[in-house]
Design a protein around this ligand. Sequence first.
Ligand code: ADP
Length: 399
Amino acid sequence: MWTLVVNCGSSSLKFALLNPASGEQPLSGLAERLGSDLASVRVDRNGDPVTVPLPRGSYAQAFGVLLAELDALGLRGAIRAIGHRVVHGGDRFSTPVLITPEVVEVIRACVPLAPLHNPANLAGIEAALATFPDLPQVAVFDTAFHQTLPEIAYRYAVPASWYTQHGVRRYGFHGISHAYVAGEAARRLGRPLPELSLITAHLGNGCSVTAVQGGRSVDTSMGLTPLEGLVMGTRSGDVDPGLPDYLARQAGLSLTQITAALNRESGLLGLSGLTNDMRELEEAAGRGNEPARLAVDIFVYRLAKTIAGMAVALGRLDALVFTGGIGENSAGVRATTLARLGLLGFRLNEAANARAVRGQGGPITAPDSLPALVVNTNEELMIARETAEVAGEVVGRGL
Ligand code: ADP
């Protein structure tokens, strides 16, 4: 009845052991800064977190820690399926799939589209296949939910051959989170998801907004890569496509340096010169730090513009959903965003907004307003559910 969820990032390994039906989670953990002297693993056994250093630790060593924890709980043998988060499935996967050698090859073929993420995802898959060769393993893609985008939303106005020969199109990301919170919002609104037109705003270190019509993604703010769209922690989001050429000539930077700066030195960090962390920026802005204030204001302005744009994709809007670390916790970002969206019919309920903090969520608008609500995302649970479903079909029974 247990599903193990594995999420390998470029230098991290996140894991969780879950009951997909009840959401019960006896074990979770996060290994960070793998490969560096500062590598460590935080393990949370039944709500009791412990951090252990793992200097120069590799993925394999982090996986070893996970196995030792499973053994300590006596649960290694009780795992029925393993779900892997995979960032980029290109246009080949619109649903989660059972991992076979062919699927591994397609994920490998998508490496040029996600050069930091897909190799890490593959490392996790290989480690898990080596340890649990007899268990069904499922790949759950961040891009899959957005495979329902219509062509007017996913094509760029560039030479058509770039699309046909090189796959240059918008793919979208954070699909696991957008899909989860859309379903959860429908439940909270007491209406069937197929009837609803929703906008979901996932605001974490990466940020994206999705238009969800009848449970299907019809537009989203991230594109070919997770760099497009909103202002993020360290990513610029949209800039003029002429910027790289201009800067290469003016500042003598290479394309690689410019792309790295757009990904890692821009966004809230670049604007403020301080930090990529929204909570710290709000505190600094509160103390009168002007660059911090400007960074938060630009973040909100661009977010509100993108949400308003997504309303065009839907034609009708039933509710707006905030999620992710910022969406779930920053009452300030939510309030200032809704203040800019009065023309869509949003009116904040200040007390409700102040109450909706991590762990709770809930509605944040006045009775005469178009509804906006906070839903705490749970990507691990979504992956576990989808994994159990696919694996259940494979073994011909529920897990
Ligand atoms: P990731 O995308 O890496 O999973 P999270 O979803 O945890 O990240 O979001 C991280 C962001 O959430 C950071 O910018 C952090 O400052 C912000 N955040 C967390 N708690 C708060 C808070 N109380 N107020 C404002 N921002 C917060």
